[in-house]
Design a protein. Structure first.
Length: 257
């Protein structure tokens, strides 16, 4: 059975959340907040419940931001710029975090803010969410630009073992990529540009803004208008945009004339 996009997102989130450095960060942040006791939690709660309270806040708010940013990328489009993605991500994340803080405060502290107090809390949440979201986006963009590809197709490490085979194509579908191999296909939560950096030594080309292909998996080429269509060893045909015709000519897939 093939994974759906939500299942893929949940799987990525689960593996993301159990990374040792991530867990250590959650515990460290929760401990610091429990010791400092902001928003009068130092007087309203005992030490152990306070640590649990801040631990829940940290994990839930981080998760809200994680999925909020994913959905923001979906709404903004896979090729949207940083400012456009932030414009969508900040309010989504702020709304989710405010809901978490409001409900948890009500359940744990019996504090249901209204009126001016609610406005103050909402304002703080929006500002903090904007700063944290911007930092994460900028950091992720920087990491994507400076990451050095590992030897071999590290993209394979993201694929279930039984689907690991020779790469055929990588195609954008919303903010996911569909990775097709000779043993199957998998939807992965990432950008096409990042996926192409992880194909390793596999000879290939980006032939369309939404498609990368492995050269040795092309079985035939046909011109279609100003572009072309590639038949692959498995799976559907891949379109070649007019701007990329020169690439497939240089690769020997079409005559240079």
């Amino acid at each position: 059975m093939k994974d759906t996009a939500p299942q893929s997102a949940l799987r990525e989130w689960r593996s993301h959340m159990v990374e040792p450095t991530r867990v250590a960060s959650f515990l460290g942040a929760s401990l610091i907040l429990a010791i400092v006791g902001p928003f009068e939690t130092d007087t309203a709660m005992l030490a152990l419940p306070r640590f649990a309270y801040w631990g829940i806040i940290v994990v839930l708010c981080y998760s809200v931001g994680y999925f909020g940013n994913i959905y923001a990328d979906h709404l903004a489009g896979p090729r949207a710029g940083l400012l456009r993605r932030l414009f969508v991500a900040v309010p989504l994340t702020a709304i989710g975090v405010l809901a978490v803080v409001y409900i948890l405060n009500g359940l744990a502290l019996n504090y249901w803010a209204t009126g001016r107090e609610l406005v103050v809390i909402a304002s703080n949440v929006i500002v903090i969410s904007a700063i944290i979201t911007a930092v994460f986006y900028v950091a992720n963009s920087h990491n994507a630009k400076t990451e050095i590809p590992a030897s071999g197709p590290s993209l394979q490490d993201r694929i279930p073992f039984d689907k690991r085979g020779s790469l055929i194509s990588v195609s954008v579908e919303d903010h996911y990529v569909r990775v097709r191999t000779t043993k199957g296909e998998e939807m992965i939560l990432m950008r096409l540009a990042d996926a192409m950096r992880e194909v390793g030594d596999t000879p290939g080309l980006q032939v369309h803004r939404s498609h990368w292909i492995a050269l040795d998996q092309v079985t035939s080429v046909a011109r279609k208008g100003d572009g072309a269509v590639l038949s692959m060893s498995q799976g559907p045909d891949i379109p070649v945009s007019r701007a990329n015709i020169s690439k497939i000519k240089e690769a020997g897939l079409l005559p240079r004339t």
